[in-house]
Design a protein around this ligand. Structure first.
Ligand SMILES: *Cc1c(COP(=O)(O)O)cnc(C)c1O
Length: 366
């Protein structure tokens, strides 16, 4: 055990979640390991050994370290500036998403320099108004990509898009986006492109709507135990703990923390944890927020500071050095990430990707 705040990563949970999700689809599974595996560190191997066959990341900078480590699974990078190092991606067999005509031109220039075709996935914006090319430009992109193929500069290996409201199962926006996507794939094939992997769904759609699966699903959140659709029980892979460093006894009416926003309503005891918003604990929490300490749920008292959280522990038997669990998979009644997301008015994804660098990490193997 570490002396300070500590994050335990359970690679077994990532393995188990990957198997469960892979069993729910006939499509290939891309493990989305962007943002340091959603803050979990190395998740790629656990996913690849348990049913995932592709890796997905945002930038080329995120993709390259996997190749340096000798991981040679097919990999897609989908979000890059126009002047990104596309040549490095091509040299390292990293597929590139194409979200604009200008990106296509930059990638082709790089391919010419490297002397090898780039493997690309044409990226359609099917209604989210975020990443991907406008529908109005889709046919032009397909035409130019076909010319690029004829010139030996690229191969259209995939077609992709992303869903805006898949976390609301049955929402008509998903059906509509899916139909637009199918049309776009048809238009591409009509222009003699022959993508081998067509992909639209992320975790929520993978778990709730098989019509979105096509040839591959891109699963991030689900690997880490997060189901944005709240339909499937997956296993949380993080446990965040911190030791009690100080105890004090205070009378009723004592103000706690910045702003003295919390007042004790009785004679009680307070326990201090050395973890705060710099370590990823959300600063604004509602009154339900609490942690698990010596088998009991105890409330957070007052505002979370940069480095500190105070607990109102009443008469609970606690000694300095006892460890509190802020969140975990829920096995021992401890709060879960879903609880914290609800208390903080955010989503679990934001919490897991923001655990600060001061928190020590350890992991159990898959
Ligand atoms: C992050 C991301 C995913 C993974 O989404 P989850 O909901 O975490 O499964 C899939 N596709 C794209 C384009 C993404 O940016």
């Amino acid at each position: 055990m570490y002396a300070g705040a500590s994050l335990h990563i359970d690679s077994g949970a990532i393995a188990q979640n990957t198997r469960r999700i892979a069993a729910r689809t006939g499509a290939a599974v891309m493990a989305v390991v962007k943002a340091d595996g959603f803050g979990h560190g190395d998740a790629a191997l656990a996913a690849l050994r348990n049913g995932a066959t592709w890796l997905g990341v945002t930038s080329i900078d995120e993709a390259l370290p996997f190749r340096w480590r000798g991981i040679d699974a097919p990999m897609l990078s989908w979000l890059n500036p126009l002047d990104a190092d596309f040549a490095a991606a091509i040299r390292h067999d990293i597929d590139l998403a194409v979200p604009s005509l200008r990106h296509l031109a930059s990638i082709q220039t790089a391919a010419q320099r490297v002397g090898r075709p780039a493997q690309v996935h044409l990226h359609l914006d099917s209604g989210m108004s975020r990443d991907g090319i406008d529908r109005a430009e889709w046919n032009a992109l397909c035409e130019l990509a076909r010319l690029g193929e004829a010139a030996g500069l690229l191969k259209v290996r995939g077609i992709m898009s992303h869903l805006a409201r898949a976390d609301q199962p049955g929402d008509p926006a998903t059906r509509y986006q899916t139909l637009l996507f199918e049309n776009a794939v048809r238009a591409a094939r009509h222009r003699r492109l022959s993508p081998s992997v067509v992909h639209l769904a992320a975790t929520a759609a993978t778990l709730t709507d098989t019509r979105t699966h096509f040839g591959m699903v891109r699963v991030g959140a689900g690997l880490y135990g997060i189901d944005p659709s709240h339909t499937t029980r997956l296993r949380g892979a993080m446990t965040l703990t911190a030791p009690v460093t100080l105890l004090r006894e205070v009378p009723a009416g004592t103000g706690v923390g910045y702003g003295l926003a919390y007042r004790t309503d009785r004679r009680t005891r307070l326990a201090l944890l050395p973890i705060g918003y710099a370590d990823g604990v959300p600063r604004s929490l509602d009154a339900r927020a609490g942690v698990q300490l010596n088998g009991r749920r105890v409330p957070v008292a007052g505002a979370v500071s940069m480095d500190q959280v105070v607990l109102d522990i009443g008469d609970l038997a606690v000694a300095a050095g006892d460890r509190a669990t802020l969140f975990g998979p829920g096995d021992d009644g401890e709060p879960t990430l879903a609880d914290w997301a609800s208390w903080a008015g955010t989503i679990e994804h934001e919490l897991v990707t923001r655990i600060g660098p001061r928190v020590s990490r350890d992991r159990t193997a898959a």
